[in-house]
Structure formats: structure tokens, C-alpha cells
Design a protein around this ligand. Structure first.
Ligand code: S3P
Length: 166
């Protein structure tokens, strides 16, 4: 069983991924963490500042390529993985099922208002444009869509488990 969580920054991929992995007793793989390790930088912000977004995207592709052989895990992706089709192609190999955690933009703003670790959320107007552009992509790649507004992570996990096992 390989479950791939996609969605915009602040959709809850990591939080939901942690609870889901614990519940199903399988590993959680966080792509951002693996990208960070490969980059030899200390933060995602640093990668964007010193190496640039293009380099960050290259590292994401490399990480996805290395995950092709994984056949059991929850994979929490970065919000931008959908901009390079090859990433989802790699992740979906070996029966990966893609779940889109769908969150409205106002809800994302609420959740991220104090976060400083998102280089692409520094300017709300720009982030909104990005959101508009990516929305269609998340939907296109999703096998399942779960709305997350006004739901706590445990409820979202319950919904995912039902979707997958029923
Ligand atoms: C990004 C989302 C971030 C991280 C990087 C770029 C994006 O991950 O990969 O800052 O392009 O949307 P989260 O979705 O976990 O915030």
C-alpha cells in the first residue's frame, strides 16, 4: 500500500501523514526532508535563497526517482510536486494512490499566518496566484479528493482509511 498525499502548502499533508502512518503502522516518507538532506542546506528557505527554486525542483525530481521502488509507505509531498509531471509518475509506480487534501485559500491563509518556513508563501497575492494555477493540477492527479476545511486531522485520517479500505 502506497499512499501519496498531495495538496497546497498548509493543506495538512505532514500532519495527516504522521497520524495515518501511525494508524496503518507503515513508514512516513516526507519528501521535503529528503530534499533538504540532499541539498546539504539547513532549511528549505536556504535552498531557495542560495540555490534557487530551479535547484529545489531538480532535487524533488531526484528524490521522487529514488522513491520509485518503495511499495509500502505514506508519502507526504511538497506542495509544488505537481508542476513536474515526472514526479507523480515516479511516485505512482507500484500502485501508488494519490490523495488530494483540498483546502480553500482563506483556510490556508489562516493556517499559515505565522509560518516563516515557506519561501513561496511570503507574499499572499503571489501565493494566491500559485494556488489558482495549481488547483487544476492537484485535481488532475488525484485518485481521491478530501476536503479539509473545518476538519481536524484525525477526522481526515478516518476519511482516508474509509476511502482506501471500503
Ligand atoms: C512548496 C511547498 C513546500 C516546500 C517548498 C515549496 C511549494 O512544502 O516543498 O517550500 O512549491 O508549494 P509544503 O507543501 O509541505 O509546505
Amino acid at each position: 500500500m502506497k499512499i501519496i498525499l498531495i495538496g497546497f502548502m498548509g493543506a495538512g499533508k505532514t500532519t495527516v501523514g504522521k497520524i495515518l502512518a501511525k494508524k496503518l503502522k507503515i513508514d512516513l516518507i516526507e519528501m521535503d526532508e529528503l530534499v533538504l538532506k540532499k541539498s546539504k542546506r539547513k532549511t528549505i528557505n536556504e535552498i531557495f535563497t542560495f540555490d534557487g527554486e530551479r535547484r529545489f525542483r531538480e532535487l524533488e525530481i531526484e528524490v521522487a526517482r529514488q522513491l520509485r521502488d518503495v511499495d509500502q509507505a505514506i508519502i507526504s509531498t511538497g506542495g509544488g510536486v505537481v508542476i513536474n509531471k515526472i514526479i507523480l509518475d515516479y511516485l505512482r509506480e507500484k500502485n501508488g494512490r494519490v490523495i488530494f487534501l483540498k483546502t480553500s485559500f482563506p483556510e490556508i491563509v489562516k493556517r499559515l499566518k505565522n509560518a516563516s518556513d515557506r519561501p513561496l508563501f511570503k507574499d499572499e497575492d503571489k501565493a494566491k496566484k500559485l494556488f489558482g494555477f495549481r488547483k487544476r493540477l492537484y485535481e488532475e492527479y488525484a485518485d481521491y479528493i478530501i476536503e479539509t476545511d473545518n476538519k481536524n486531522p484525525r477526522l481526515i485520517v478516518e476519511e482516508i482509511v474509509k476511502l482506501i479500505f471500503i
